[in-house]
Write a protein that binds this ligand. Structure first.
Ligand code: AMP
Ligand code: ZN
Length: 308
C-alpha cells in the first residue's frame, strides 16, 4: 500500500478514512486533524494559554505533544490520584515528559488534600470510578479557574466520545447528551471553556502517534477500570467498527450535527454557587462537596465507634 500524501511505502493504515500513510506523513495528518478540530469548533487561539490535563497516558501526552509542536501556548496539569503504583508511575512519566521538553507542569497531589481516590471511595458507598471522575472534574474546574486560565483541554479521543455517546443513548441521559460536545462554553462565572482537540482521532491513531513520536506513556489501564461499563461499550463499538469501518466517526459526527443541538437547547448550566466552596452547583452544595460531606460523616462515625 502507498502513502496517500507522498506515494512512498505506507506503514499506518486508517481504515475509517480508507487511507494509509508513511510515518512522517501520518504525523502531518495527525496534526492536521488536531488543527481542524481546534479551528472548526473554535476551541482556542494561538494567543491563549491552554491548560492541558495530562494523565500520563498516551492520549493526553499525545495531545500535549501535538499542541506544543503546532505552536500553541500550553501548561500541563496533572492530578496525582493516589491509586497506588498506577498513580506513582503516571506521575513519574508525566513529570519526565515535561522535564525532557522544558514544559511547565502543575502537579496536584490529591493525597495531600486528603482526597486520594481510594479514600473517597472507601468512605462513601460509591464505586471508585465514580468518585474519581467527580474528583477529576472538580479539580480541573477549580484549578483552571483559580489559576486564571480561559480554556482547559483534555485528551478524550474518538473512541472515548463514541463510548460515552453509546452509554448516554442506551440510558437516554438527556442532560448528559446536552453536555457532550468537543467544546463546552462556560455556563457559570467560575467555569472555563472545556475542549477536546483529539475528538476526531481514534485511540488507535493516538497510540500510533505516541509510538512514532517515542512518547513514554503509562500502558497499564487504571486497576479500578477493570469491568468498567465504558470498556464494554468500547468493545461493542470496536466490533461494529471492524465490520463497518467509519461507524464510530459517523456516530459521533452525526450526533454533533443532528442530535446534539436539540439536546443542548434544553440545557441550562448550574444556576447557583456551592455554599461550601463557591464552585458552580445545582443544589445547595456542589456534588463534590456532597461527596466530601459523606467522607467526613463516615470518618466521624468510625472515630466515635472506636473503643478508647
Ligand atoms: P479518563 O477519564 O481517564 O478517560 O481521561 C480522560 C482525560 O482526562 C485524559 O485524556 C486527560 O486529559 C484527563 N485526565 C485523566 N486523568 C488525569 C489525571 N490524573 N491528571 C490530569 N488529567 C487527567
Ligand atoms: Zn462545593
Amino acid at each position: 500500500m502507498k502513502c496517500k500524501r507522498c506515494r512512498g511505502p505506507a506503514e499506518v493504515q486508517i481504515r475509517q478514512h480508507s487511507s494509509a500513510f508513511c510515518r512522517p506523513c501520518f504525523i502531518i495528518y495527525f496534526h492536521r486533524q488536531v488543527e481542524r478540530a481546534i479551528h472548526k469548533q473554535r476551541m482556542f487561539t494561538p494567543e491563549e494559554e491552554v491548560l492541558v490535563a495530562v494523565s500520563g497516558g498516551k492520549d493526553s501526552l499525545a495531545l500535549w505533544d501535538a499542541l506544543q509542536t503546532l505552536g500553541y501556548r500550553t501548561v500541563g496539569l496533572h492530578l496525582a490520584l493516589g491509586i497506588g503504583a498506577y498513580s506513582t508511575d503516571s506521575t513519574a512519566r508525566t513529570e519526565a515528559f515535561a522535564q525532557a521538553r522544558g514544559l511547565q507542569l502543575v502537579t496536584v497531589r490529591l493525597e495531600e488534600e486528603g482526597h486520594a481516590v481510594p479514600t473517597l471511595a472507601a468512605f462513601t458507598n460509591r464505586p471508585a470510578c465514580a468518585a474519581c471522575g467527580m474528583a477529576k472534574r472538580y479539580y480541573f474546574d477549580k484549578l483552571a479557574f483559580e489559576r486564571g486560565f480561559s480554556v482547559l483541554a483534555t485528551g478524550h479521543n474518538l473512541d472515548d466520545e463514541a463510548a460515552r455517546l453509546l452509554g448516554n443513548v442506551l440510558h437516554w441521559q438527556v442532560d448528559h447528551l446536552a453536555k457532550q460536545h468537543p467544546i463546552l462554553a462556560p455556563t457559570h462565572e467560575r467555569f472555563v471553556r472545556k475542549v477536546k482537540p483529539l475528538y476526531r482521532l481514534s485511540e488507535y491513531e493516538t497510540a500510533v502517534y505516541a509510538f512514532v513520536r517515542r512518547i513514554d506513556y503509562v500502558v497499564d489501564e487504571c486497576p479500578n477500570s477493570v469491568g468498567a461499563t465504558q470498556l464494554v461499550y468500547k468493545d461493542a463499538l470496536n466490533r461494529l467498527e471492524a465490520a463497518m469501518p467509519g461507524t464510530k466517526q459517523n456516530f459521533v459526527q452525526e450526533f454533533l450535527r443532528v442530535g446534539q443541538p436539540r439536546f443542548a437547547s434544553a440545557f441550562d448550566g448550574p444556576p447557583r454557587s456551592c455554599a461550601r466552596c463557591g464552585m458552580p452547583s445545582f443544589g445547595e452544595v456542589c456534588s463534590f462537596c456532597n461527596l466530601l460531606r459523606e467522607v467526613e460523616d463516615k470518618r466521624a462515625r468510625r472515630a466515635a465507634a472506636r473503643p478508647r
